[in-house]
Design a protein around this ligand. Sequence first.
Ligand code: MIC
Ligand code: SF4
Length: 657
Amino acid sequence: MGKTLIHKILEAHLVAGRMAPGQEIGIRIDQTLTQDATGTTAFLLFESMGVPRVRTDLSVSYVDHNMAGFGPENHNDHLYLQTVAAKSGVYHSRAGNGICHQVHLERFGKPGATLLGSDSHTPTGGGIGMVAIGAGGLDVAVAMAGGPFYLTCPKVLGVKLTGRLSDWVAAKDVILKLLSILSTKGNVGWAVEYFGPGARTLSVPQRATITNMGAELGVTTSLFGSDEQTRAFLIAQRRQKDYLPLQADADSEYDRVIEIDLSQLEPLAACPSSPDNVKTVREIAGTKVGQVAIGSCTNSSYTDLMMVAQVLKGRRVHPMVELGISPGSREVLNMLARNGALADLIAAGARILESGCGPCIGQGFSPADDVVSLRTFNRNFAGRTGTKGDRAYLVSPETAVVAALTGEITDPRDLSERRGIAFPTIEMPGEFHIDDSMIEPPLDEAQARKAEVLRGRTIVVPEAPPALQKKLDGQVLLKCGDKITTDHIMPAGTFLKLRSNVPEYAKVVFNCFNEPGSPTFAERALALKSKGIAGIIVAGESYGQGSSREHAALCPMYLGVRAVIAKTIERIHRANLINFCIVPIRFADPADYDRLEAGDALVIDDLIGAVRNAQTVRVARPSDGFQFVGNLELSSRDREVLLTAGLLSYTREKAHA
Ligand code: MIC
Ligand code: SF4
């Protein structure tokens, strides 16, 4: 039987394990990317591994998240990242150069290569035919040091695309459609491969929108084959040498196939507050909109923003709508400036925001209370905009720009009919305006040896996890429900600048569950820690959805959390827990979840023994003698990592073995 493209690329990079779905495999990583919000920790951990230069083909450090610069923290991080990159053999994309995924796609993405990024939307690279995977910063640091990346060999879902997108229907609608079918939970262990005649009609930026938001499905990665569209994009980026035609074998079989006819799709929206709460735009048409934000790594390519500019040309933004546009990269912004589209946006009344993540991660542009905000982004988790009780909808740039004109949610096809606005077909340029002057190459080895790394006072080296204890004497600090995201665990927004200082950032762990006047999660956790009692988190399904931020493991670990007992745990977060020596346990019988309460004292008699060689663990509640079984589901490497107190000490031990 032939092979899927994902399996072919993984197999070509295989260094450990056997290529069979469900089995743990180790793969060689060709490229890494880090961004500033996860990158400082990743580089601090990399430095502590004692490997002077990265051992990948290419590593790039981006600054795109923390750019507002209130106080010295952001700039301290930037200077650290710039100097540590130069010394370690890493390219550095400076603040202002754009969002990591957009810039990486434009300037570095390579069909057939593997990319590991400390950001969950790294699979954007799947749009150019690479196996691009999001992971915690420590996993990326290990890959930078030349270590393999371990993952479960995924089952492959084939999404067969037929037909062609109609006017005003966008790539975003394809992935929203898939989210409506598959939801954000239950997809761990899968990867998605798009194929079929419809796939060939989509440009690389359109494909990248789709693979980007595969992160919201919770799959390991998503990708398209590499074909004439890929070649055209690479030629336009003056990188034709990186082109490699790639497809699945003709007789390959997918573990499951879903067919989507692009011609049948219509404009869709993910309603508050989950990317899978999808409705047709017509169903929610008429809802008043007060804010529209166009940008993010999902939808701020040149073609997206040119379409927006053409629709706005000669028109005015609705007086009750605030429109913000953050171009995905300096390349995009530069091209809009040069061809006059930027002037059209400004004339229409758009606020031009910096090229970076900006509003997507709550760095300003929060909506007013009760105001509907339409966003072309990928996540609308409650509160992510920075406003408590927010009402954020995720839509395509087409749907977003039309609402900016009408002041209400409007199916763009209807407006086009009513107001005679023709759909602006934007051709991919034959040549992009290329200027890599804000991507700094690393120093050569001789210069690097002498170079100084600037480590500002707000950058604190994270504490190492303690070793597992034989007996876990713990208490349930929090019992939470289903679909707890890493934004719930570790809020971003105004707290994002604390990423390089774990003791400070840890103060806001589970901030959204803190009640005014009561002790915070962090205070309760530290009180237990001081008594030598382990913190335990009990959760429902799909715990740790969303971002790759390892702070959602690192900060709870710092507060003394030693185990998470959940119905299911998402892939990246589960790996982060293990990396920081927190034991992930799955209820063998999900009904036991109902029998636990916050405050319960729980005991595991021989945790080390179980982690060493058992599939399950028995958890007891001494107060009433209740006992239940938890599944460990650990690979042999996971066991070793936990038994050596986390991935950093495991990696150090291996290096000296
Ligand atoms: C996000 O979109 O949530 C982020 C911010 O890009 C995160 C990374 C982070 O928390 O720094 C992600 O997607 O992994
Ligand atoms: Fe940045 Fe938003 Fe993309 Fe995360 S999802 S990388 S915050 S633009």
